[in-house]
Design a protein around this ligand. Structure first.
Ligand SMILES: NC(=O)c1ccc[n+]([C@@H]2O[C@H](COP(=O)([O-])OP(=O)(O)OC[C@H]3O[C@@H](n4cnc5c(N)ncnc54)[C@H](O)[C@@H]3O)[C@@H](O)[C@H]2O)c1
Length: 302
């Protein structure tokens, strides 16, 4: 297959279902050879079922593409390292890493168990860090051997991480952490030819279809299926391609036919006393500053 990723090799985590599956199929349709990772976890990360990684790899091959399945847990050192090794041993190179795997365990903070905090932060934040770290070590070695890679990382954040989301303290904290990780990785890895961006998607998957059934439903009349996961993939594929040269450290929202650049934190109104404030005096200054500040968007569900 030829396209904007021809000759390149991409790894997609959590690619057995939902958004990851759509990204893997779209990358293959643009000529990438794909390592399809998925351990087949349940919607809350528990258990393993079927073999969705193999099914998607088979689907890519049936469409004339090249793919291999990888069933490791990307939040373990062994799973993340073997993911990068699978790309190098099967296809001889690695050009793009799409970090996507994850699950939710939603609870209000007062009911959020320590285990549910740990599991969700682990799969998203550590599950982004470890594949990124192993891929980056490979690309640094390539750069040092003068094989100057044009490598790409696409991370998956969420509106929950950007604005907050009621009932998702664990998930929102992890997804906000992924934005911080993206900014650091973009700043550190540019010298090795690696670009790192993040996408906050919205689409109909098992993560969302029961929470927002009406908003996520496919139209019965065959018109544009706005919430199909495949609508998010074109941006991911472009960011993963050589064509995105110069775009790094950015966060995008992608939903239906819309792509939005998310603008980060900027200093707003400020006051400098030139000396230490008394607490009550600091409070008065803060109230004056807030009166002139842009109002923050509310958290989802607030
Ligand atoms: N669906 C949305 O609207 C939406 C919105 C914002 C962010 N996201 C993010 O998009 C990503 C994909 O979510 P989705 O909606 O496609 O969900 P999904 O449940 O359909 O797919 C997630 C996949 O990740 C796999 N997975 C889970 N833990 C894993 C692990 N440790 N190692 C390897 N694979 C693992 C699961 O088996 C599953 O196939 C997630 O990071 C999610 O937080 C989704």
């Amino acid at each position: 297959m030829t396209g904007i990723c021809s000759g390149h090799v991409a790894v997609v985590t959590g690619a057995g279902r939902g958004l990851g599956r759509a990204h893997a199929l779209a990358l293959a349709a643009e000529g990438a050879r794909v390592v399809v990772n998925d351990l087949g976890a349940g919607p809350d990360g528990q258990g393993t079922s079927a073999d969705p990684a193999q099914e998607v790899a088979d689907e890519i091959r049936a469409r004339g593409g090249e793919a291999v399945a990888h069933r490791g847990d990307i939040a373990t050192g062994e799973g993340a390292a073997s993911l990068v090794t699978a790309a190098l041993e099967t296809f001889g190179r690695l050009d793009a890493l799409v970090n996507n795997a994850g699950f939710v365990r939603d609870r209000m903070l007062v009911n959020l168990d320590e285990d549910d905090w740990d599991a969700v932060v682990r799969v998203h934040l550590k599950g982004h860090f470890l594949p990124l770290r192993h891929a980056a070590a490979h690309w640094r070695a390539e750069a040092k051997a003068d094989r100057g890679p044009h490598a790409r990382v696409v991370n998956t954040t969420s509106g929950a991480g950007l604005l907050g989301s009621v009932g998702q303290g664990n998930y929102a904290a992890a997804k906000a952490g992924i934005v911080g990780l993206t900014l650091v990785a973009a700043a550190e890895l540019g010298r090795y030819g690696v670009q790192v961006n993040a996408v906050a998607p919205a689409a109909r998957t098992r993560m969302t279809e029961n929470v927002f059934p009406e908003a996520m439903a496919a139209p019965p009349d065959g018109t544009f299926d706005a919430m199909a996961p495949a609508n998010v993939s074109p941006l991911v594929v472009w960011l993963a391609s050589a064509g995105s040269a110069g775009v790094t450290g950015q966060v995008f929202e992608a939903e239906a036919g819309r792509i939005t650049v998310m603008e980060g934190w900027h200093p707003g109104p400020t006051a400098d006393k030139g000396d230490r404030w008394a607490p009550a005096e600091a409070g008065e200054a803060v109230r004056r500053l807030l009166a002139g500040a842009r109002r923050a968007r509310p958290a989802y569900g607030a």
